[in-house]
Each structure stands twice: as structure tokens, then as C-alpha cells.
Ligand binder design. Structure first.
Ligand code: NAD
Length: 255
């Protein structure tokens, strides 16, 4: 039996990269999928392709930093499908790298807003829907940047550290309400954005491959498999965990 049969799943940032792969694996596992993105073209296209593959899907355009749009995203899901069983808060935006003292307040706050506050805001409305049902599973997408830091990318790493704490703290609070919360922490994943960076700077590819113990970058589907598992009832006793899916980058000898 497929692990998400009859479940309704919502995926933020589902129009591109890892989020898109999560939508596809959730659909393959039998879920109906709500694709959320502020990029209407990419999000609608993802939802259309899921639909063509036989998945009941809905695209909702929302900017996850806007309270009323996040509330409307969950309302749209409830209106169409009547419930919300699982949610993956995947969307994040980062821009700019550099010495920590050179970031402006606006840049630091941007990282928090688009990679941490958006996650909390999504959880706020998802949890309200799940509490009513007495069950649910949420997976937040973190980053290995949160685990040991990421020099010259500190605002983003800090925001993702917040995502981990948000996940653990809420998991303890919501366990008795039947809601499980976990995070998946990707290593370097070959998304279109990362591929573009490699195309522009070919010399970085070797180092990206060497960052993992396995010796290569991950594929978006490899993150999606972990998310689908954590959302499924197969993970019924797992909550409050930060799972690195990184080809062993965090246990690599000498690094
Ligand atoms: N690619 C990697 O190597 C890598 C590594 C570690 C962590 N991550 C994390 O994985 C997640 C997905 O990354 P990706 O590389 O697939 O990114 P991506 O840029 O390819 O996709 C992100 C999607 O989210 C959407 N989005 C961003 N902010 C939004 C907002 N406020 N409202 C609505 N939609 C929004 C974008 O339009 C886009 O479609 C992110 O949380 C990222 O931090 C990625």
C-alpha cells in the first residue's frame, strides 16, 4: 500500500527544486497535494503535472511572509479537501553572502523573514487545522548550514538554526495533540539553483561533491523520500527530530 494513501498534503515552495520533488513523491505515495508558491507560473505548472499524473492537486499562490495569504492558503486546502493531514514547509529564500559585519539590518531581517518567520507562520495555520482533526504531521526543511554554521552565509544559517529550535520546541508542545513535527536538513542538493551556480562557477562542483562522505551531491528526490516517510504513519513514533539527509556530510572524516 502507498504510504500516504487518502492523505491531504500541503507543500510550500512546491513550484521548484526540492519542493517540486516533494510534491511528486507525495503524489506517488497516494496523497492529494496542495502546491503553494509565490511563483504562479511554476506552481501552477507543478500542480497541472501532478493532475495529469492522476493526483488530485490544487495550486495556491501565496507569499508565506504575509499573514493573510498564509491563512488563506490553509483555508483553500480545507475548502477543497476538507482537511490537512501533512505539511512540508520547504520554501525559503536567501540572498547575498559576505562577512557578518557587512550585512545590513535589512539583509539580516530578510533572512529571518523568508527562512524562519515564514516557517512559523505556515505552522501557525497548519497546526490550527490539524488540532481540530486531532492529528497531523509537519516536516520543516532546514539546512546543514544550521548545524555547524556556514561562514559568509550567517543570516541564513541563523534562520535555519531557528527552524530547528522551532521544530523541536513545537514537537514537545504538540505531541499529545496528535501532531508530529520533524525537520529534514539537506546537504548540498542538485537543484536548478545549485546547478546554475555550478554552470556559472564550474570550479565549485568538485568541492560540492566532496562535501559529502558518499562523494556526490544529493538529488531533490532523495530529500523528498525522507519527507514522505516522516509524513507517513510509518514514522508514527518519530517527533522532534532533525534528520540530516546529506550523504554523510555531517560525519565525514576530517570535515
Ligand atoms: N538546494 C540545496 O542544496 C539546499 C541545501 C540545504 C537546504 N535547502 C533548503 O531546501 C529548501 C528548498 O530549496 P531549493 O534549493 O529547492 O529552492 P528553490 O529556490 O529551487 O525553490 C524554492 C521555492 O520556494 C518558493 N518560495 C520562496 N520563498 C517563498 C515565499 N515567501 N512564499 C512563497 N513561495 C516562496 C520559490 O518561488 C521557489 O519556487 C529551502 O528551504 C532551502 O533552504 C536547499
Amino acid at each position: 500500500m502507498s504510504s500516504l494513501n487518502n492523505k491531504v498534503a500541503l507543500v510550500t515552495g512546491g513550484g521548484s527544486g526540492i519542493g517540486r520533488a516533494i510534491c511528486e513523491v507525495m503524489a506517488r505515495e497516494g496523497a492529494s497535494v496542495v502546491v503553494v508558491d509565490f511563483n504562479a507560473e511554476a506552481g501552477q505548472q507543478a500542480a497541472n503535472e501532478l493532475q495529469q499524473g492522476g493526483c488530485e492537486s490544487l495550486f495556491v499562490q501565496a507569499d508565506l511572509t504575509r499573514d493573510e495569504q498564509v491563512e488563506a492558503m490553509v483555508s483553500a486546502c480545507l475548502e477543497r479537501f476538507g482537511r490537512l493531514d501533512c505539511a512540508c514547509n520547504n520554501a525559503a529564500l536567501s540572498k547575498g553572502r559576505g562577512p557578518i559585519e557587512d550585512f545590513s539590518r535589512d539583509e539580516f531581517e530578510f533572512a529571518l523573514e523568508y527562512s524562519l518567520v515564514n516557517t512559523w507562520l505556515s505552522m501557525k495555520y497548519e497546526i490550527a487545522a490539524m488540532r481540530q482533526a486531532g492529528r497531523g504531521a509537519i516536516v520543516n526543511i532546514s539546512s546543514n548550514a544550521s548545524l555547524k554554521g556556514d561562514p559568509h552565509n550567517t543570516p541564513y544559517a541563523t534562520a535555519k538554526g531557528g527552524v530547528n529550535t522551532l521544530t523541536m520546541s513545537s514537537a514537545g508542545e504538540l505531541a499529545r495533540a496528535g501532531i508530529r513535527l520533524n525537520a529534514v536538513s539537506p546537504g548540498v542538493i542538485r537543484t536548478p539553483g545549485v546547478q546554475k551556480y555550478i554552470d556559472d562557477n564550474p570550479s565549485v562542483e568538485k568541492a560540492m561533491n566532496r562535501a559529502s562522505a558518499i562523494g556526490r551531491m544529493g538529488e531533490p528526490e532523495e530529500i523528498a523520500e525522507a519527507v514522505a516517510f516522516l509524513c507517513s504513519d510509518r514514522a508514527s513514533f518519530i517527533t522532534g527530530q532533525i534528520l540530516s539527509v546529506d550523504g554523510g556530510a555531517t560525519v565525514k572524516m576530517g570535515g
